[in-house]
Ligand binder design. Sequence first.
Ligand code: UD1
Ligand code: CA
Length: 460
Amino acid sequence: MTTSLSVIILAAGKGTRMQSAKPKVLQTLAGKSLLGHVLDTCHHLTVDDTIIVYGFGGEQVQTAITNQYAHLPITWVAQTEQLGTGHAVKVALAQLPKDGQSLILYGDVPLVSPHTLANLQTANTDGMSMLTLTINNPFGLGRIKRNENGKIEAIVEQKDASDNEQQIKEINSGIYCVDNALLHKYLPELSNDNAQQEYYLTDIVKMAVADGITITAIEPEHAFEIEGVNNRQQLASLERTWQSKIVQDLQIAGVQFADPTRVDIRGTLTAGQDVFVDVGVVFEGDCTLGDNVYIEAGCIIKNSNIGNACHLKPYCVVDHATIGAGVDIGPFANLRPDTVLSDNSKVGNFVEIKKSTIGNGSKVNHLSYVGDATVGNNVNIGAGVITCNYDGVNKSQTVIKDNAFVGSNCSLVAPVTIGDTAIIAAGSVITQNVDANALALGRARQVQKPNFQRPTKKLK
Ligand code: UD1
Ligand code: CA
């Protein structure tokens, strides 16, 4: 029998220490909001419902998340006053099924892994399991009290802890898996009779123990999984920790980084073997690199696929582009969305390409703009060629067929088609279609005045 799984994400805290107009859970780590990380992690599990308890900046949080996570079943619950973690879960009770179980997560603890959560769920055999960790500096966190047999008895908060209890190094992450029946039973009974006058969720532990329930604790695989974010320093430090984890995984998979601390991966990077990535490279979104890809300094690559043995010279921007095998790009190339570069093509310096396909072996080597164009195979586009794709109102297409040669500094006024193997003379403005095999010239004929007498300076 499978029981239903709900996720309750506590995200009502104000995050005062961020010193930001933006709610804390919308601050970004590796290019994604903290809450977004938690939601993506839940998405890896089979979750029946996700309840987000929101408070400060609730509307902003809802708008941002609803737009991005329309595919997830999310129930929003407002906690108008932040009276403690126990109170936060209590306001969610009305939305919580009577049976099944819940994972309780924090919106500002972004990096807990799906693997750890699956383990936590498995560990819940008697009603309640929790994620704990033994650390050197437990100050400020709830401590796990165990009896002489090592069984969990209670959680005591820093501010309520006796001197002895403060010596305990096993801390509460705040992440639990609890049977819904127990949440329905215990939460209405919580009191705020403690040092902070808060309703502590942690008190459900001693209530469960009193009912004879055995609570299982497991540890996360990585300490960073339970790290929370309260200020910009913690955010930056967790960012670095996460970046080095991603980079290490890629190194194991065969990627060579010139300096593993000087690359940023804000999303998912999948890479083949013998890939080299120089310093200052940023990957965003979902990117794939084939084998033997060589990326030089300062490139920015977003949501793009780059085929085997491509070479990106310094400072290229590649955004939503698909690059075949053996393609040379840059330096300083700007590949905008919906660019397709076919195998063995070449795009050189100061070339901008948008919504265009460049065929096999074709070259756009210097100072060009190619937009809304379909370029065939083995085409040469000379220096400074511009597709005039926009008349101020509409965008029009340029088609350049196989083996065509477009001389330097031409303007191709779209819509226009250049036939197979046609030649366009340098400096032409092409406004009409050019037939296959033709030479087209669209420029003033050169005039020469022999032995021209230069003007001389007039005497006053
Ligand atoms: C809590 C735990 C503590 C644990 C620590 C781990 C309690 C009583 N204590 O500490 O044992 O070691 O987390 O970080 O549970 N929140 C709400 N509404 C509230 C209060 C909190 O949504 O009324 C949210 C916060 O936004 C945050 C999370 O709950 O995401 C934890 O709150 P926080 O105040 O950071 O935790 P503590 O109570 O200090
Ligand atoms: Ca608190």
